[in-house]
Design a protein around this ligand. Structure first.
Ligand code: GLC
Length: 715
């Protein structure tokens, strides 16, 4: 307990006093909740009172002062794992994609601190946050939880969120390592990709997040990676994560992702998170037997426990024990308000329909329960938001069930209060605001006809465990939007989507604002953006395709039958998202990095130097009419003849009207390199590199060529 000693030393001092049984106790956890787990094995009687509301629980060792690990899901706020009970409400953050759309790492870190603080206030000391699989599958059901398609943006934003969470002395995970990039068949698929491509895409995102966030734990994923389950995948866990990246933390499994004892232990798994979720109990007595049989060495068990204890010391779990207390909810609300406001992306704004004037006018609000709140995503990240009442819950598939169709409600769409109706009235009390739910298209169209401006809310619910079938808005919302826009061209569409959607009505509407899943302060942020009190500054962290035909896989890969194993050949390699579109010369609906403002900006004076580390700088000017923020993006084309330009850095800069600033980036050399399997490291090839600056991946007006010499970097 000597806080002056380094965490590794403190872990060893403690380990020296532990019996083997005590070591074994720390490497196996129990499923949270109190319901019968998938295996049917109930947790030990004495633990059951401690489990409700947790995702997982690892008993402590009172004799040695080792606290229990009490775990909660928390990617978007403290979730309660389907045990949404009154009193469990927590601050609901905007979606991970919204936080990525802010391109603001300081804000992402502040958002993370909200999660960490509310975890501690509920006496959790491990949060299963840090979710960041690359959006390789645009229709992936967890796209909303993650940070988009680019490894640098996803790694930096998620690393910042992890830093924020751990600033509150709780441990954060980074997940799901690796290539669990779709929900369909996630526990039986094999994600097949060659090492160079994985290193330059999904693994690079994790590498950056691990370096910048220093997560105490990493969660190995459900899927097989090149044929071997991720939680027993020696090259992935021991080779890359613990070997090349020298990761000091521990690898815990996803819930139900363990399939063996010795293979998993020797493959690099350090903790079976939830024995009840796994088919069998693979650690615990089975691991003890494997050690007795010489299949697993005592040193391996020692290393497992060392990693767990080291992280507990390093991130304050011993020195700052979490204790229940009230959360600073108003301070947290301010942070998630900024997160939502900076994450909203203005995609279209013709005839200056936005911002709306502060004046008496007839405003129609139509659809997506805009009289209740802002949509949120389903699954283990689902938060029961502050101010939640059962009126905010809409069982998914209820209409089908009511119609007698053989469907199970697939979950619950939870809307985060307050409602846009309330916040828009608050922002502009002189307005006459009417709401129609959009179910009756004729009534909605009539209301639109009688209004000065119409705001149609369109929703696309996403959830863990299920991918969206296509990119179309469900429940005939396209027809609703087309009918409303035909009745009143002053129509604004507010998208509450988990990811990209198709917009067949785009030419008929005046403006489109992507609000994502905007969280507990989302409606407030929306009203401030609509009335111009906030100048939108979000930029897309994910490409919006013009059609699914443009994607590497026009339809989602699946097995021959539910539960049947299948392979996905990720032949696009590292060319995920915009890099795929550039490589195939495809024009998306809206490109990665795109986002409008109520102001216009221009860049000039790009300069690139390559003496020592490459730097790029450019002037950015706000041409008015109002103050705002611009995210200047820098891309590089390698001398590989592909013409593909990858993001190498950005700078988000606030500018008053006519203010001009010069921004500079110094990109990590790995971003200019290829991963060289033979040399087992990063290699910057000698040659001419084209460095570009612009306002999106598809708008790069300034280019400069720079000659680089060859450089070899460690893996
Ligand atoms: C889930 C998810 C993971 C979550 C865990 C605990 O299946 O894949 O993200 O942290 O189980 O709920």
């Amino acid at each position: 307990m000597d806080t002056a000693l380094p965490p590794d030393e403190r872990a060893e001092l403690l380990l020296a006093r532990m019996t083997q049984d005590e070591q074994l106790q720390l490497v196996m956890g129990y499923p949270g909740a109190n319901t019968r787990p998938p295996s049917g094995r109930m947790p030990p009687e004495e633990l059951r009172p401690l489990l409700p509301g947790t995702a997982g629980y690892v008993p402590g060792i009172p004799r040695l002062g080792v606290p229990a690990l009490i775990e909660s899901d928390a990617g978007l706020g403290i979730a309660n794992n389907f045990h949404l009970r009154p009193g469990d409400e927590a601050t609901a953050l905007p979606s991970g994609l919204a936080t990525a759309a802010t391109w603001n790492s300081a804000l992402a870190e502040a958002a993370g601190s909200v999660i960490g603080a509310e975890a501690r206030d509920r006496a959790f000391n491990v949060v299963l946050g840090g979710a960041m699989n690359l959006a390789r599958e645009t229709r992936g059901g967890r796209t909303f939880e993650y940070a988009g398609e680019d490894p640098l943006l996803a790694g930096v934003i998620t690393g910042s969120v992890i830093r924020g969470i751990q600033s509150q002395h709780v441990i954060c995970t980074v997940k799901h390592y690796a290539l669990n990039d779709q929900e369909t068949g996630r526990t039986v698929l094999s994600a097949n990709i060659d090492e160079t491509d994985a290193r330059e895409s999904d693994l690079l995102a994790f590498e950056i997040a691990v370096e910048q966030g220093d997560p105490g734990a990493a969660m190995c994923a459900y899927d097989r990676y090149n044929g071997t389950y991720a939680c027993e995948n020696d090259p992935l866990l021991n080779g890359v994560l613990k070997g090349d990246w020298k990761y000091p933390g521990w690898v815990l499994s996803d819930w139900g992702a363990v399939h063996s004892t010795a293979e998993a232990a020797n493959g690099g798994l350090d903790q079976e998170s939830s024995e009840g979720s796994d088919r069998e109990q693979y650690f615990g007595p089975a691991l003890k037997q494997a050690i007795a049989d010489g299949k697993v060495t005592p040193q391996r068990l020692h290393d497992m426990v060392h990693r767990i204890l080291r992280s507990m010391f390093a991130h304050g779990v011993f020195d700052y024990p979490a204790t229940r207390q009230l959360s600073a909810l108003e301070a947290h609300r301010q942070i998630v308000y900024r997160d939502a406001a900076e994450g909203m992306v203005l995609l279209k704004n013709e005839r200056g329909i936005l911002p709306l004037p502060h004046m008496a006018q007839r405003i129609a609000l139509i659809g997506a329960h805009a009289d209740v709140g802002m949509l949120s995503g389903g699954g283990s990240s689902q938060v029961m938001p502050i101010g939640h009442t059962s009126a905010d819950d809409f069982p998914v598939g209820a209409a089908e069930v009511a119609s007698g169709a053989k469907v199970r409600p697939a979950g619950t769409e939870i809307y985060d209060p307050p409602s846009p109706l309330a916040t828009i009235l608050q922002a502009n009390p002189a307005a006459n605001v009417q709401y129609a739910d959009g179910e009756d298209v004729a009534a909605a169209t009539e209301l639109a006809r009688q209004s000065d401006v119409v705001i149609v809310f369109a929703r696309q619910w996403m959830s863990e465990g299920r991918d969206v079938p296509n990119l179309r808005l469900p429940n005939d919302q396209d027809a609703l939007i087309q009918a409303v826009a035909a009745a009143n061209p002053r129509t604004v569409v507010v998208l509450e989507t988990g990811g990209p959607v198709a917009m067949p009505w785009l030419d008929q509407v005046g403006a489109v604002l992507e609000a994502w899943y905007a969280g507990n302060a989302g409606a407030t942020a929306l009203a401030q953006v609509l009335f111009g009190n906030v100048n939108p500054s979000g930029k897309l962290p994910i490409t919006f395709p013009a059609s699914e035909e443009q994607l590497p896989r026009p339809s989602i890969p699946r097995g021959a039958a539910p539960g049947a194993p299948f392979d996905i050949d990720y032949f696009e390699g590292a060319n995920v998202g915009y890099r795929w579109f550039q490589g195939r010369n495809l024009t998306p609906l809206f490109p990665f990095g795109y986002g409008l403002s109520y102001s216009s900006f221009h860049l000039d004076g790009l300069a690139v130097t390559s003496k020592g580390r490459l730097t790029a700088s450019v002037n950015v000017t706000n041409d008015g009419p109002r103050g705002g923020m611009e995210t200047v993006q820098f891309y590089a084309a390698l001398p590989d003849g592909t013409g593909i330009r990858r993001l190498i850095g950005w700078s988000k800069v606030p500018l008053k009207v006519h203010e001009r600033r010069r921004v500079t980036i110094a990109p990590d050399p790995r971003l200019l390199a290829r991963f060289d399997e033979a040399a087992h490291g990063w290699r910057v090839a000698a040659g001419d590199y084209i460095i570009s600056a612009g306002a999106s991946s598809a708008s790069l007006p300034l280019n400069a060529t720079v000659k680089l010499t060859a450089q070899q970097l460690p893996p």
